[in-house]
Design a binder for this molecule. Structure first.
Ligand SMILES: [Fe+2]
Length: 457
C-alpha cells in the first residue's frame, strides 16, 4: 500500500492553539500536494524556516507565545528570504509595525471564517509558482491523527491501495476511534482519502469546527457556573477509579461545561433552559446532566476523541436534551424513562407524550444557527438503545451517531450508579451488557472500557 507522495513544496503553519493548527493542517493537506509543517510558537516557526529550505508559503497567527507572528515576519525580511507570508489572525497587519514593509505579505485572513479565503489565497500563490502542487486528483488525503479529532466521519473515507485503486474504509457517519487509528498505525498508514467531490462539504465541516473552537476560546471560562455543574462526588470517584480515568478529567469537563453554559446564557432561545436548570425544582435533573457530561467525556477520551470540541458537544447535548420537558415530566423523569421501556401499569398517553421529548428538544435547536455538528443527533438519539428498543424511533445500533452512542452508554452507567448506589459493581454491570453492546460504536465502547479496566486492575 502506498502513501501519498510528498513532494516539495512545504507549507508552514504557525499557530499556538493545537486543535486549530491540526485542523488547518488537515484542510491544507487535502487541498494541496504539499508537506505541511507545524509550529506552536514564533521561535519554533523561525527554527522550522531555518531547517526547511523547501518552505514556499507561511500561514501565521499573530499572537503566539515565545515570539509572535511579527517576529517571524521580521526574520524573513532580515534573512532576505522571499517566502510569501499569510497572516491569519483576528487582528489586522495594519495594527502592527512589523508589517510596515509589506513586500512578503501575501494576504491577510481574518479569523474565524478562514478556511475558504486561506485556500483561495494559497491556490492563487501556487497557480503562479507551481500549479502542479494544487491537488487535482480524484481523492484528497486526510491525516489519520487529525481525522481522529473529528470523532464522527461525516463523509466516506477510502484507503489507497495503489495510485488509482482506492477502497472504502470508513462509511459516512461512522465513528473513527483510537482502535481504528492504532490499526492503521501498525500498518504504517498515515492517511485516509476522501473523494474530491466530497471535499467542499468536508472543508465546510472543518470550518464549522474551527469557528466553534475560536468562539468558545473567546468565551473563556471565567464565568462562575453556580448550581449547574454539580455531579455527585461519589460517582466521579467511582468511575474515575473503576476505569482509571485521569484525575484532571473533572476539571477539564468543568471548564467545558462552563463554556457550554456561557454559550446557552448568551443565546436568547437557550437562556430560559439554563434558568430552569438553575432552579431548585430542577436540581436533580441538572445533577444528572452534569454526571452524564462527565461520564460521556471520560468514555470519549477512552475512544481517542480527547478533543475539547467533543467534550463541548457532549456537554451541550447533556444540558439541552431534556429542555422540552414540562415541569411535571422533569419531576418524574427517571420513572418516566423506566416506564417508557417497560410500559406496564403506565399511563400510555403520558408515556407516548414523554417519548417525543427528544424530537421536541431538537426542534428548539433548529433556531440556533451555529449549533455544533452532532449535537442535534445526540439529542435526538439520547434514548435510543443498543438493543434497538429505545425511543423515539427504535433505531438499529449501526445507524446511531457514534457520539450519541457514547451519550447512551454514559446515561446507562449513571443510571446504574443512581439506582444501585455507590457500592454497586460497575464492572459486573458492564459485563452483563456484553450481549447488548455487540454492534457498531457500542462494541468499540465496550472494548475500550474493558481494556482500560484490565490495564487498571
Ligand atoms: Fe431525556
Amino acid at each position: 500500500m502506498s502513501e501519498p507522495k510528498r513532494p516539495q513544496p512545504t507549507i508552514l503553519i504557525a499557530e499556538d492553539e493545537g486543535e486549530l493548527r491540526e485542523m488547518i493542517a488537515m484542510a491544507l493537506e487535502s487541498s494541496f500536494d504539499a508537506n505541511v509543517v507545524q509550529a506552536a510558537t514564533g521561535k519554533q516557526a523561525i527554527q522550522a524556516i531555518q531547517t526547511n529550505p523547501g518552505i514556499q508559503a507561511i500561514v501565521c497567527d499573530y499572537n503566539m507565545p515565545d515570539g509572535n507572528g511579527g517576529a517571524v515576519y521580521q526574520h524573513l525580511l532580515e534573512a532576505n528570504l522571499n517566502i510569501p507570508y499569510i497572516m491569519v489572525s483576528s487582528e489586522t497587519p495594519e495594527r502592527h509595525k512589523e508589517f510596515s514593509d509589506r513586500k512578503l505579505l501575501a494576504g491577510y485572513v481574518e479569523k474565524p471564517a478562514i478556511m475558504k479565503p486561506l485556500i483561495e489565497l494559497l491556490r492563487g500563490l501556487f497557480s503562479k509558482t507551481s500549479p502542479s502542487h494544487i491537488n487535482e486528483s480524484p481523492f484528497c488525503p486526510v491525516r489519520i491523527s487529525a481525522l481522529l479529532k473529528l470523532g464522527v466521519c461525516h463523509r466516506d473515507f477510502y484507503l489507497k491501495l495503489a495510485d488509482d485503486h482506492y477502497v472504502k474504509a470508513v462509511h459516512v457517519n461512522e465513528g473513527f476511534d483510537s482502535t481504528d487509528a492504532e490499526r492503521y498505525k501498525q500498518k504504517n498508514i498515515t492517511h485516509l482519502y476522501l473523494k474530491a467531490e466530497d471535499q467542499p462539504q468536508f472543508l465546510s465541516l472543518v470550518q464549522d469546527n474551527l469557528t466553534l473552537l475560536l468562539e468558545t476560546k473567546k468565551l473563556g471560562t471565567s464565568e462562575v457556573i453556580e448550581n449547574v455543574f454539580t455531579p455527585s462526588i461519589l460517582l466521579i470517584h467511582k468511575v474515575t477509579s473503576t476505569f482509571g480515568w485521569s484525575e484532571d478529567l473533572r476539571d477539564i469537563v468543568r471548564n467545558t461545561v462552563a463554556i457550554a453554559v456561557k454559550t446557552m446564557n448568551e443565546n436568547r432561545d437557550l437562556r430560559s433552559i439554563l434558568q430552569k436548570l438553575r432552579s431548585q425544582s430542577h436540581r436533580d435533573l441538572a445533577e444528572f446532566c452534569s454526571e452524564v457530561s462527565f461520564v460521556a467525556s471520560g468514555i470519549a477520551t477512552a475512544m481517542g476523541w480527547s478533543s475539547e470540541l467533543t467534550y463541548y458537544k457532549l456537554a451541550l447535548a447533556s444540558y439541552l436534551q431534556d429542555l422540552s420537558l414540562t415541569d411535571e415530566q422533569t419531576e418524574h423523569y427517571h420513572s418516566l424513562v423506566q416506564a417508557a421501556h417497560e410500559p406496564k401499569n403506565a399511563n400510555l398517553s403520558e408515556i407516548r407524550e414523554f417519548k417525543l421529548h427528544p424530537v421536541k428538544s431538537v426542534s428548539v435547536l433548529e433556531k440556533w444557527r451555529n449549533a455544533p455538528p452532532d449535537v442535534d443527533a445526540i439529542i435526538l438519539q439520547h434514548h435510543e438503545s443498543p438493543d434497538q428498543r429505545g425511543f423515539p424511533r427504535g433505531l438499529p445500533p449501526q445507524t446511531i451517531n457514534p457520539l450519541a452512542a457514547v451519550q447512551i452508554v454514559a446515561m446507562e452507567l449513571v443510571n446504574f450508579h443512581r439506582i444501585n448506589g455507590p457500592d454497586a459493581d460497575m464492572v459486573a454491570f458492564l459485563a452483563d451488557q456484553k450481549s447488548r453492546y455487540q454492534q457498531a460504536t457500542f462494541k468499540n465502547i465496550y472494548n475500550v472500557l474493558f481494556s482500560s479496566l484490565q490495564m487498571h486492575l
